[in-house]
Design a protein around this ligand. Sequence first.
Ligand code: ASC
Length: 147
Amino acid sequence: MKKCLAAVALSVGLVGSALAHDPVEDAIAARQAAFTLMAANFGPLGAMAKGEIPFDKAEFARRAVNVEVLSHMPWEFFIPESDLGETKAKPEIWSKAADFKAENEKLQTETAKLAAVAKGGDEAAMKAQVGETAKVCKSCHKSFRSE
Ligand code: ASC
């Protein structure tokens, strides 16, 4: 019985500490997780576009869909005050919120095109769209991510 109570107390404690996370830290972790997955999927697309790894149509299409889905995920986690902490997010994300939103939407547009063109299967068009998508990554990083 004592052991059982101890186990219950322990698990309640674990759940409690998981829920007690700082919302700002959680938001930073969530958006960074989305960007990490985006880079992990976009990296091979860039490598295929540059001919650094073999072009594989099915693999390209799978990763393009992943990137499109992920392009919808980070933005809700740029919550107020979350420019403070372990982050490269610049204050301009909040002070120029409309410009940041425009970049977010551009990424969604270009990654949707990437997934669509991948379905079509035209290798040259697929590779070209990787370049168009990378331009959006770069432009947003330039304005809104510190190095
Ligand atoms: C990536 C990655 C980025 C972008 C950027 C595109 O794979 O991690 O930040 O592509 O380099 O220009």
